[in-house]
Design a protein around this ligand. Structure first.
Ligand code: G6P
Length: 609
């Protein structure tokens, strides 16, 4: 969703702001803008649409400045218009904002009564006017004004502010939305996401909830929620520039699909080297895991499907009961809470608001132990969790999650085995088998990637369709769900997934010659059942597209297309079967000419409700 970048330097910062905003594009946005301080004046350019259009406009107007802020906006309060785009300006004070101000209406009334005139429908403009109001009251100090203003706001915000009266500094604040300060040589930066400034510096300070900061060329001063100076650690980010660039690929989604063997190998590296140790989940994990009697998983979107898959593993391997729930549902119901049930949140970004709020709610309900499976170091959810396991997928840019999902699965499988070992449910022989399966996983995923040419041929058949049905059983049912989600997200084909046994209870009514039915049919204990379900489809004229393991004895016939995935990989088969459904969605979207990396209406990081 929205993104922030700010810079103060001895050089022209406009290219830094533009490049930063381009690197934030992946989060999803519908307008963009920058404001700079130039000759004691604020200049601003905003555009709906792409950052490149806004950048062209800035170039045409000859923007050049050593202090500036920029923003990509994903509309919440007010439509997608230039007037609603950030930065918002009030009497020479310009600011950008991520998050939602809940008391904006009340503040708007108050400011209107004071004579302020509003040009936009946003909650953000309220903050700009409040800044000006406090500057007038309190002696023109930008930082003091910001510290006053944030105390009058309820809701979530990351803010960056500049003023024509103070060309030597920018100030910022964080509550509920990520914000960091980047430290350069004689130049400093503000960003909502390290990828926005990684071209300039890797040294970053992650602001904490309630922090404000003052950033000049030479210094960074951070203040805690009590406005007193606060010490914050300087981190060196390991996000690489290469991970943010396309290289030889056409889309980030394609690149990220192909990165999966490496991403999985990195994620399982410690387990492969040292075995299934609780330490994979943090120093305290051993004692926590010994204390638990069940698992409660909370997540959204693709991460939720990772959780659904994990449930099969956790219950089968560790014998612990495992519940999985969509975070946005969990947070609003009187859920059963057992303090001895470990709350596991799964989130690629680590900042999905619903997942974060569900985590807070779970703690409120009395859950004593929390574990975050996350891909972004130092993001909000792991920071709020007792235990953390970082997947090592690297930056994921495509809105539709791919490598984050399979690395989450790899991490969750490790969790199942570690819990099983602690509970005496996994003996040495079984552990060795699981380790062997893990070792072979990157290779099996690579084999699945080699199916791409056959999948391209299928995608041509899918491209003209309006609907598609995905079927799977057992641990492969969540993979069918993920396949349907990928297809709808990026190709806009309506797709649904069902456990194959449920077909006859409703969805079979939809099946006719126009309905492609994708079947995930690994060579496991449920294969014969799946075959019967397929007969039910064929008998109604439905066209079957079957992903079958090499050793599962399937043959093509009229209306039955078969792609052979690698030999059955046992317990990790869901991970291998994810690859072809991802590629099917990707190539179908390509054939339909949609914007694969930035599908309409969707955002990568969903930081609003
Ligand atoms: C958005 C993304 C999805 C993602 C979901 C949860 O909807 O587009 O790809 O699965 O958020 O995000 P998280 O970062 O918490 O995994």
């Amino acid at each position: 969703m929205c993104g922030i970048v700010g810079a103060i330097a001895d050089r022209d910062v406009v290219p830094v702001l533009i490049e930063g905003l381009k690197r934030l594009e992946y989060r999803g946005y519908d307008s963009a803008g920058i404001a700079v301080i130039n000759d004691r004046d604020v200049r601003r350019v905003r555009r709906t649409g792409r950052v490149s259009e806004m950048a062209d406009a800035a170039a045409a107007e000859g923007f050049d400045a050593s202090l500036g802020i920029g923003h990509t906006r994903w509309a919440t309060h007010g439509g997608v218009t230039e007037a609603n785009a950030h930065p918002h300006i009030s009497h020479g004070v310009a600011l950008v904002h991520n998050g939602i101000i809940e008391n904006h209406e009340e503040q708007r009334e108050r400011l209107r009564a004071l004579g302020y005139v509003f040009e936009s429908q946003t909650d953000t403009e309220v903050i700009a006017h409040l800044m000006h109001y406090h500057l007038k009251q309190g002696g023109d100090d930008l930082l003091a004004a910001l510290q006053h203003v944030v105390k009058e706001l309820t809701g979530a915000y990351a803010l960056a502010v500049i003023s024509r009266a103070e060309p030597e500094r920018m100030v910022c604040a964080r509550m509920g939305c990520p914000l960091l300060v980047g430290i350069g040589e004689g130049e400093n930066f503000i960003a909502s996401d390290v990828s926005a400034i990684v071209q300039a510096t890797r040294k970053v300070i992650f602001l904490e909830e309630g922090d404000t900061a003052e950033v000049t060329r030479e210094s960074v001063r951070v203040f805690g929620a009590d406005d007193q100076p606060a010490q914050r650690e300087v981190h060196v980010s390991d996000v690489s520039l290469a991970s943010l660039e396309l290289g030889p690929y056409r889309h980030f989604m394609q690149k990220e699909i192909h990165e999966q063997p490496r991403a999985i190998a990195d994620t399982i590296e410690a387990a492969v080297e040292n075995g299934f140790s609780p330490a994979l989940f943090g120093d305290k994990a051993g004692s926590v895991f010994e204390d638990i009697e069940g698992v409660q998983i909370l997540a959204c979107g693709t991460s939720y499907y990772a959780g659904m898959t994990a449930r099969y593993w956790i219950e089968a391997i560790s014998g612990l009961p495992c519940n999985v729930e969509i975070a946005s549902e969990y947070r609003y119901r009187a859920a059963y809470a057992n303090p001895k049930h470990l709350v596991v949140t799964i989130s690629q970004s680590g900042e999905t608001l619903d997942t974060m709020e569900a985590l807070k709610y779970a703690k409120l309900l009395g859950h004593a132990h929390t574990l975050s499976i996350c891909n972004v170091p130092e993001s909000a959810i792991p920071r709020a969790s007792e235990l953390v396991c970082y997947t090592r997928a690297g930056a994921e840019i495509g809105v539709a999650s791919t490598k984050a999902f399979t690395t989450q699965l790899a991490a969750l499988f490790q969790l199942a085995v570690v819990l099983g070992k602690i509970r005496g449910m996994v003996d040495a022989e079984e552990e060795a088998t699981y380790l062997e399966a893990l070792r072979h996983l990157p290779g099996s995923v690579q084999h699945a990637l080699n199916l791409e040419p056959q999948i391209v041929a299928w995608a041509e058949r899918f491209a003209p369709k309006q609907n598609a049905l995905f079927l799977g059983r057992g641990v492969h049912y969540p993979i069918a769900l993920e396949g349907a989600l990928k297809l709808k997200e990026i190709s806009y084909i309506h797709a649904e997934a069902y456990p194959a046994g449920e077909l006859k209870h409703g969805p079979l009514a939809l099946v006719d010659a126009a309905m492609p039915v994708v079947v995930i049919a690994p060579n496991d204990a449920l294969l014969e059942k799946v075959k019967s379900n397929m007969q039910e489809v064929r008998a109604r004229g439905g066209e079957l597209f079957v992903f079958a393991d090499q050793d599962s004895n399937f043959s093509e016939s009229e209306g039955v297309h078969v792609i052979r995935t690698p030999r059955h990989t046992g317990v990790l088969s869901p991970i291998v079967h994810t690859i072809p459904v991802q590629m099917l969605a990707y190539h179908t979207a390509l054939a339909r000419g949609t914007d694969v990396d930035k599908p309409r209406n969707l955002a990568k990081s969903v930081t609003v409700e």
